[in-house]
Structure formats: structure tokens, C-alpha cells
Design a protein around this ligand. Structure first.
Ligand code: LMR
Length: 397
């Protein structure tokens, strides 16, 4: 039965890990996948996480099945982080949250649910968007189209183009928005622009699906949630996928959440019952460990503070690497990269072509996404000179 099966292409992001792991170049650097590494080149285990994990494992908790939607302590913690604990929306019972398998899992559960609810809708993603968005929504059965977003000339957002695209979308279209730290470009909307987007979503009767995988990596937990605040204040119904992979450095634990904002409590109960069916027929219920650890950190004032401090440390180190990369590129003869300093989040959309990215890999063992996206959070004081010189070299050829 498998004789005619064709080889599928490698995943554009995770496939780079496979190639990187197989590479024997001792100088190799992986700037492909969006993972934060410390200056020592290792994925950090946050101190707040370590404390919460230790306390949890000491109790030797039983491993029974979790509720289909995950535990209330986790789901409440997610909601408080997204909307603030004094949120009116939360007090009114307008949000339901399910623990999902990372941000990707949340997107897929949300996509599967929306496909059942709005079978005729089209999904619109930014041009460009996270490499997996299109495939994920297509795998849920949607037709996926782009909306204008990035302006390569200004290295910023083509906001006029984005607004025109939103204004032309049919009612009930699903529009996928990046809350902050746009992946891959690092070009975000301002608060004033978000206001206009919310207004257009309302006018056009669109369904916003807000992907929030990097809360805390631009300016901090609260400022990075400005889009959510504005959507919350609008009275609209919308969907949010969020993730603790990056902010808690818990990539492999797959800790994410799907949150759906409804018109009220009664609607919330009905929507939750339907989302639970989607989850039950997919993976049944989420795993125990990661969600419990995140809930423990977020519900302890001391651990939460420690976590926010550690998150700020990651954010500041990324900024330092951005500044240093620009300076080192200039010193190596590659000027015009100042935009790297203002891009937000883990990534830099460098403008390198697919051929230049391929040269970086073949000649230097430096891995980046073929679109020219590099993960700045994987640079450190030991590899940055090598990377800057390599980029300058491939630009000269
Ligand atoms: C990325 O964009 O590199 C990350 O979000 C990891 C992933 O799952 O692709």
C-alpha cells in the first residue's frame, strides 16, 4: 500500500534542525528555528520553572487523565495573562480557554472548530506569515489567501495595503493576525494601527484569529497585549492562540492554549462544549506536566516576578544581539542593516535571498530559513563575529 508514496518536502523550519543536526561542520550555527538560546548557546531552564517543577515532582503527583480542556488553574492563568486579571471580559464569562499542545496545537484546534462553524469561510494570512500557517489552515480544510502586510522597501508594514485587503474580505472571513513580534518579519502594528484594524474587522464582520506566540518578547507582558486589549474593548468575538514555548522556554513540553471570546456566559458554555469535541476526537486531553508548572509559576507572586525578570533578561539579550549584529556587519563591510535594531521579537527578516541563505549553509554551516529569516535569539558573543563575517561574505559574491 505504500509503494507509490512520494517523499514529502522537508518542513521549511523544523527540517532545518534535521539538516543542522546532521552537519559535521564544527562552526555550524542554527539560526533557523525560533528558539531562544542563552549566551552559552544552550536553551535555558528558567529558575522559576525549575522551582515550580521541583515542588511539583516532590509531591509525586498521580498521572490521571486531565479534563479535556485542561486544568482550571492553567486556563485561568492564561486568561489573566492575555486580558489582565481585572478584565471585564473575563468577569462577564466571555472567554473560554483550553490547554492545547503548544501554539501550533491551539491553532489547529481553533482551525478545526472554525471549519465546523464556518465551513464556507476563507482564511487570510499575512504576506508573509509563519511558514506553518498556510499548511495548518489548509489541513483543516480551508482555502487560504494572503493579505498585504510587509513592505520590503520600508522594512515596515504596508498598512495602506493591509487595510485595503481587510476592507475587501467577504464577511465572516477568518483573518489571522500576529499580536506582537510578527513572525517572520519582526514588523508590528502600532497601537493606533491596531485600533483601525479592530474597526475594520468590526465593519466587515470578520473573525479575528490572533496568534500570540511571543508575549513578552517585544516590550513586556502588558504592552505586548495591546491588540488583545483593543479587541477586548471592542465587544467583538474573536479567537486567540497562545504559547509558553518561548516565554517559559518549555518548547518540548508543548504548552499552549486556545482562547475563544464569545458574546456571553451562555454562549461560552456552548462553544466550550463544541471545542471539547474537537479535542476529544484528536488527542483526548492535554498532558499533565507543562501546564501544571506554568500554572504554579503564574499563581505564585514570587515565581511570577522571577519569571517576568527572566523574560526581561531574554528580551534584553536579544536586543543586545541585534545591536551587536548591525555593528559587526557594518565593520565587515555590510551596511544598511540598521532595520535589524528596530525589528521586534526573535527574528530578523534580513532581506537575504534564498541563494545567499543556501551559501551561508553550504560554505559556513549557518542555517537560516530560505526567506532570509534568521533567529537573532540564537546569536551569542561567541558565534556573532563568525555570523556577521559570513553574511558580509555572501553579500559580496
Ligand atoms: C518558528 O517559527 O521557528 C517557531 O515558531 C517554531 C515552529 O514551530 O516553527
Amino acid at each position: 500500500i505504500f509503494a507509490a508514496v512520494e517523499m514529502a518536502p522537508r518542513d521549511p523550519i523544523l527540517g532545518l534542525n534535521e539538516a543542522f543536526n546532521a552537519d559535521t561542520n564544527p562552526n555550524k550555527v542554527n539560526l533557523g528555528v525560533g528558539v531562544y538560546f542563552g549566551d552559552d548557546g544552550k536553551i535555558p531552564l528558567l529558575a522559576a520553572v525549575k522551582t515550580a517543577e521541583k515542588a511539583r515532582l516532590e509531591t509525586q503527583p498521580a498521572r490521571g487523565y486531565q479534563p479535556i480542556e485542561g486544568i482550571p488553574a492553567y486556563n485561568n492563568a492564561v486568561q489573566n495573562l492575555l486580558f489582565g486579571k481585572d478584565s471585564e471580559l473575563l468577569a462577564a464569562g466571555r472567554a473560554i480557554t483550553c490547554e492545547c499542545l503548544g501554539g501550533t496545537g491551539a491553532l489547529k484546534v481553533g482551525a478545526d472548530y472554525l471549519k465546523r462553524l464556518l465551513p464556507e469561510a476563507k482564511v487570510y494570512i499575512s504576506d508573509p506569515s509563519w511558514e506553518n500557517h498556510r499548511a495548518l489552515f489548509e489541513s483543516a480544510g480551508f482555502t487560504v489567501e494572503n493579505y498585504a502586510y510587509y513592505d520590503a522597501a520600508t522594512r515596515g508594514v504596508n498598512f495602506a495595503g493591509m487595510k485595503a485587503a481587510l476592507a475587501a474580505m467577504p464577511a465572516k472571513s477568518v483573518v489571522v493576525l500576529h499580536a506582537c513580534c510578527h513572525n517572520p518579519t519582526g514588523a508590528d502594528l502600532s497601537a493606533a494601527q491596531w485600533k483601525e484594524v479592530v474597526e475594520l474587522v468590526k465593519q466587515r464582520d470578520l473573525v479575528a484569529f490572533i496568534d500570540m506566540a511571543y508575549q513578552g518578547f517585544a516590550d513586556g507582558i502588558k504592552p505586548d497585549a495591546v491588540a488583545l486589549d483593543l479587541f477586548a474593548a471592542s465587544g467583538l468575538q474573536f479567537v486567540v492562540s497562545s504559547s509558553f514555548s518561548k516565554s517559559f522556554s518549555l518548547y518540548g513540553e508543548r504548552v499552549g492554549a486556545l482562547t475563544i471570546v464569545t458574546a456571553g456566559k451562555d454562549e461560552s458554555a456552548r462553544v466550550l462544549s463544541q471545542v471539547k469535541r474537537v479535542i476529544r476526537t484528536n488527542y483526548s486531553n492535554p498532558p499533565t506536566h507543562g501546564g501544571a508548572v506554568v500554572a504554579a509559576v503564574l499563581s505564585s507572586p514570587e515565581l511570577r516576578q522571577q519569571w517576568e525578570d527572566e523574560l526581561a533578561g531574554m528580551r534584553e539579550r536579544i536586543r543586545a544581539m541585534r545591536n551587536s549584529l548591525v555593528d559587526k556587519l557594518a565593520a565587515a563591510g555590510a551596511t544598511g542593516f540598521d532595520f535589524i535594531k528596530v525589528q521586534r521579537g526573535m527574528f530578523s527578516y534580513t532581506g537575504l535571498t534564498a541563494e545567499q541563505v543556501e551559501k551561508l549553509r553550504a560554505e559556513f554551516g549557518i542555517y537560516a530559513v530560505s526567506t532570509g529569516r534568521i533567529c537573532v535569539a540564537a546569536l551569542n558573543t561567541r558565534n556573532i563575529d563568525y555570523v556577521a563575517k559570513a553574511i558580509a561574505a555572501v553579500l559580496k559574491k
